[in-house]
Design a protein around this ligand. Sequence first.
Ligand code: NAP
Length: 508
Amino acid sequence: MNTKIQPKTSIVIFGATGDLAKRKLYPSIFNLYKKGQLAENFAVVGVARRPWSNETLRDTVKASLEHEPNRDVVEQFCQHFYYLSFEVTNKSTYHELKTLLDEVETIHKIPGNRIFYMSMAPEFFGTIAKNLKAEGVTDSGGWTRLVIEKPFGHDLESARALNQEIRQAFSEEEIYRIDHYLGKEMVQNIEVIRFANAIFEPLWNNKYISNIQITSSETLGVEERGGYYDTSGALRDMVQNHMLQMVSLLAMDPPIRLTPDEIRSEKIKVLRAIRPITEQDTSRYFVRGQYGPGVLNESEVPGYRSENNVNPHSKTETFVAGKILIDSHRWAGVPFYIRTGKRMLLKSTEIVIEFKGMPMNLYYSENQTQSNLLIIHVQPDEGLTLFLNGKKVGPAGGTTPVQLDYCNNCVDTTNTPEAYERLIYDCMLGDATNFTHWDEVELSWSFIDSISKAWEKSDKDLHFYESGSMGPDASMELLEKDGHQWWPITSESKEEEKRSRSNESFRY
Ligand code: NAP
């Protein structure tokens, strides 16, 4: 990413009064402005139904930047914001939007480059895209791009229908499907770790790697999103997009060049090589769970079924663990284990690459050696840990685990851009590398659909887990069947895993 270019663009935010806009989009655009990556030639037009004025929107933006000590910069920044009260289905409001955009682009000397950012409920995406084209808002004299938030469909069929709708108005090259995990520093670092280190890439295959584990755990429950989440669940909310994107980055072959097309083409090959799971086989490969009540940070928390806007008899999964196999020369026989859930012991996303043992272990009899592990800490810590075996200090000899740590966000906390900041800037530059191509969406939905169909037919394998644990026992058993174990994320969770295993009687 060339951070010296200052794109000249308008950004229309559909859903400007909503949660995502306030929490993520305004602070991210501000950071770009403050760092000089956005010049004075930009404007943000916020649209939503509420009858706000420019001043109301500007006050909202100021409130979302309350932590910023330099209030003069905030004030200057807010002068680039405009608001239009807008109804998605009302065509005349698109004419008003076009007129407003023409005006602000004249004021801020923007050459008609427009980003349309869909920060609204997904059922509106298709209608907005079609109306933007039909009412001439995309005829701007510059480039136009459409940014789409997740979820991109609910299953393969609905994703295809949505794609057909938006493709009537925007070409694939103009569509930027956000997966904010792809904006995270350490997810982007996967490619560098793999392709810029001669010590890793030769080992990155089934000869030397035993298994790969990806855990993305949250301590939060569904909070205010119960209504949406209860119709979605962890498989659709996390696995279809973020988890499969991380699998494809970890498993892809080196691209011939670092261009968006070449990288995507390698990721797509991985998704095509994932072994489909039949409905009958689902319970052998995937485990689902739902959180019950429990204690987190010394406070009692309710079970999922007692959350707001959740059906008290809901069968929706809040936890998924799965074993994914990739049928390629590089990965045949290497399981990729994924797990993700809400109300777990800690908030963390980590990737563990477990290497195979020595062909002949000279130290086995005197002191069991530990597997070599490469751990990529994605969030909240950003960094790497490499576990090796070393000699115990002193005359007695024997081995001891040696842990080499590198903490990325300890070295430089000020310059690590937030995922949305990086992705918005990439979109302004027209760099689609870290956005999801339609082929990736289609392949990942087709993998997920057979699992969700199996789960819809029967709820007998829904496992309950205690809030504040690392998920149901069935998730541990999934790996134990293969002679593996989840590598504990921290020593704290190691203790917890032991505790949760002894708590076999948890029922909800
Ligand atoms: P939200 O808080 O519910 O905001 C929805 C926005 O849509 C509001 O600004 C609302 O404003 C506007 N709106 C609703 N109906 C409208 C209509 N008929 N015409 C015009 N505007 C309308 O939602 P959100 O949490 O910001 O999420 C937005 C999108 O981002 C969703 O697709 C969500 O899945 C995705 N997302 C959100 C998060 C997050 O952390 N929030 C994370 C990842 C993805 P008015 O009521 O004023 O019309």
